[in-house]
Ligand binder design. Structure first.
Ligand code: PMP
Length: 428
């Protein structure tokens, strides 16, 4: 029988993990089980989860309702092709998504992951303009500090400096970039920013199909919060210059910012909306690209078809998980629950503000961020968190929490204490 060490040795030899080297792999921890907000390792240690497994497991691990929904679907069928067949889990999920997102969004395309839902969104925008007799509109504008995924078109609209542009420069489509929206959820609007976008639209609108942005929070590109009013103004500019507005809510959707969707902080509706991560409560991989009738029927004009159709489109197990997750979400009062989480995180993280190593502490909804003055070394900092019994995975200068929504105040306090201790030991 293999021991845990045997498994870990095999892992090192055989498996690629996210953003890691095959010759100098970083340490990985063997997980034995997970329940609620706790992850148990094969050596018996239990970690409090501050990450929701990259922001997806919002109801915690091993939730009986989630397990039951998947098991029930499993006894019926786990997959059928979506070409020629359809099924109740997908239809019910589409109905729910349309009911909970802004009114104008009426059509749903399911895909396998967040990155693919972004590819789908970009293709929708290009195909739409094609049918409108504007085939030159094939490029996208996005703000710097954005992140939209690791596939090629998604990479092309990620931050051109922090992203992977330099590595793939000859293979990537050259898109247009504007500055990131000025930081601060409550900061007043700086009209210079809107002028910058207007100038790009004025010069290039003939070739611009869409503007893609993470609404209210730029996530992996820096955990930056900004005033939602920029999005209201952006909608006006997009309409003026015939540019489709695409919101990537893969990270912010389903309550993370304190409203059901980040879009709900605005008074407008995007033309295309990407959802993923928490869609299935983090139990299965699934994403959705929603759009309005203008785009959907525009693409379909004159016999047109939308040119995308993945093998696992609308996977029934994943749709069943998503339906169960949305039912659970429906049972929470999102604004109340997430405001409480925000207050707990503020109390737990604010002491870090006094540390010499810290540049800024900020919280919005279920996101708590401690920004340091210098980048951390993941290889050395990760084991320190594990030794303190918490799962926190920083990147760059950012140590942050995006815990499951069901986490207790006591667990948030323990996460805060661990972050304070680890940061206080960092070099100044
Ligand atoms: N867009 C945003 C805003 C994201 O945060 C992510 C993932 N972190 C993605 C797209 C890509 O999603 P996935 O990893 O499921 O492909």
């Amino acid at each position: 029988m293999k021991t845990s060490d045997d498994y870990l040795a095999l892992d090192k030899q055989l498996l690629w993990h996210p953003y890691t080297s095959m010759s100098h792999p970083s340490p990985h921890y063997l997980v034995e089980s997970a329940a609620g907000c706790s992850i148990t390792l094969s050596d018996g240690r239990t970690l409090i989860d501050g990450m929701s497994s990259w922001w997806s497991v919002v109801h915690g691990y091993n939730h009986p309702d989630m397990n039951q929904a998947i098991q029930t679907q499993l006894t019926q069928f786990s997959h059928v092709m979506f070409g020629g067949f359809t099924h109740k889990p997908a239809i019910e999920l589409a109905e729910k998504l349309i009911a909970m997102t802004p009114n104008m969004l009426q059509r749903v395309f399911f895909s396998d992951s967040g990155s693919v839902s972004v590819e789908v969104a970009l293709k929708m925008a290009i195909q739409y303009w094609n049918t409108q007799g504007k085939p030159t509109k094939q490029f996208f504008v996005s703000p710097k500090s954005g992140y939209h995924g690791d596939t090629f078109a998604a990479m092309s609209v990620c931050d051109p400096d922090n992203g992977m542009h330099s590595l793939f420069s000859h293979a990537l489509i050259q898109q247009l970039f504007v500055s990131p929206p000025p930081a601060g959820f409550n900061e007043p609007i700086n009209t210079d920013y809107l002028d910058e976008i207007r100038t790009v639209f004025e010069q290039h609108h003939d070739s611009i199909a869409g503007f893609i942005i993470e609404p209210v929070v730029q996530n992996a590109g820096g955990m930056r919060f900004y005033n939602p009013e920029y999005l209201n103004q952006l909608r006006v500019l997009c309409d003026e210059f015939d540019v489709l507005l695409i919101f990537d809510e893969i990270a912010t959707g389903f309550g993370r910012t304190g409203k059901p969707f980040a879009t709900d902080h605005t008074t407008i509706c995007p033309d295309i909306l990407c959802l993923g991560k928490a869609l299935t409560g983090g139990y299965m991989t699934l994403a959705a690209t929603l759009t309005n009738d203008k785009v959907a029927l525009g693409i379909s004009h004159d016999g047109g078809v939308f040119m995308h159709g993945p093998t696992f489109m609308g996977n029934p197990l994943a749709c069943a998980a998503a339906n169960a997750s949305l039912t659970l979400l429906d049972g929470y009062d999102i604004p109340e629950k997430i405001t409480q989480l925000e207050t707990w995180m503020k109390n737990a993280l604010m002491p870090c503000q006094q540390l010499e190593q810290v540049k800024d502490v900020r919280c919005l909804g279920g996101i708590g961020v401690v920004e340091l003055k210098k980048p951390v070394d993941l290889q050395t900092i990760q084991p320190k968190f594990v030794d303190l019994g918490v799962w926190v995975r920083p990147f760059g200068k950012l140590i942050y929490l995006m815990p499951p929504y069901i986490i207790s105040q006591e667990h948030i306090q323990l996460l805060g204490k661990a972050i304070y201790q680890v940061v206080s030991e960092e070099a100044i």
